[in-house]
Design a protein around this ligand. Sequence first.
Ligand code: ACO
Length: 389
Amino acid sequence: MAVDSPTAPAPVEPPPFRPGLEGVPATQSAICDIDGLQGLLTYRGYTVDDLVAHSSFLETAYLLIWGELPTAAELQAFEQEVQMHRRVSFRIRDMMKCFPSAGHPMDALQASAATLGLFYSHRALDNPEYIVGAVVRLLAKISTMVAAFQLIRKGQDPIQPRDDLPYAANFLYMLTEREPHPLAARIFDACLILHAEHSLNASTFSARVTASTLTDPYAVVASAVGTLAGPLHGGANEDVLAMLAEIGSADRVEPWLDQAIAQKQKIMGFGHREYKVKDPRAVILQKLAEQLFDQFGHDPLYDLARKLEDVAAERLGPKGIYPNVDFYSGLVYRKLGIPEDLFTPIFAIARTAGWLAHWKEQLGANRIYRPSQIYTGAANRDWIPLQAR
Ligand code: ACO
């Protein structure tokens, strides 16, 4: 029953419903900017091209989270802190040994990230030291946990991080048990930079919504990992290689694409809510892929991918559908010898930097997220007793 109140505010006309919140600003943010018509992406005002050329993943993470580039001393201290927290408790490793080995590594990562909250349950969101500690722990341990599950599911014990190796090289070492070639480590680090942040995408929105309840940062990252896992978001990078394998050869690209378009199938690694041109990250990743092929040998799937990009430009370009970040990342990771179902967990390792930047920003001007809805269900129904249904 509606309650009449002489003091109730007059009803206001709700804004129009926008499925997927397209074009609806849900926050203010100073972290990342996208120009989807020009294909420009900046973190804190620096282009990703400059960051890939001059920065490292940890320096970029620092920039994203604290807003400014670190001094040499600040960067060294930050790198040392992250290095000191790389190890994960044997109890988390033992817990991972109980996970089904056929389970998806994203599910393993989501569970492990949430478990960190049990170990570091003290929550002091207004204490800067707590914030720094949580940032460092999450950046350090997420990558160790991804590598650990990879070895555990093969029946091996995880190997300890190597303190003499930088972040990206250490991750590849923990994954493959071999010190990576310097070019492989540098290109992998560039991939982490490119995936570190991308404004209010689905997983970051999820992170901010979770953060807005003032829960702990481990729950924030765990909820974002779960959101990133879906095939319309981070999960698309796995599907791209499967799609290229299904096409099989360059001469099959045109008929395959025509049929896919006729069947209204989404072409994986294409299209983006924000970009109406080729995703600038795809442009850089394509160049990185070529560097890898020059050094370590060609991948015939790359020729197929380029043909698909050309044909798709004719068919889908007029609708503003071009390759996104996921289109070439899989080819890079494949050349680095990384299993396909680790592509999205690697995305999560990188995006943890962006999620943490948004967590910190959200805490700085928090208001709990509580959007409205347009109710479309039944009303005024008479109760039906169980026996009468
Ligand atoms: N292949 C074919 N058609 C497409 C594609 C695609 N990949 N993407 C969009 N379209 C078409 C749609 O069919 C639709 O056409 P219509 O208007 O004739 O019906 C139109 O473009 C708009 O598509 P939406 O799905 O409404 O666009 P939205 O902005 O909601 O979706 C998304 C963006 C999810 C990325 C979409 O392009 C997609 O599903 N792409 C494939 C999956 C993918 O690569 N995801 C990774 C995105 S990047 C990231 O999250 C890290």
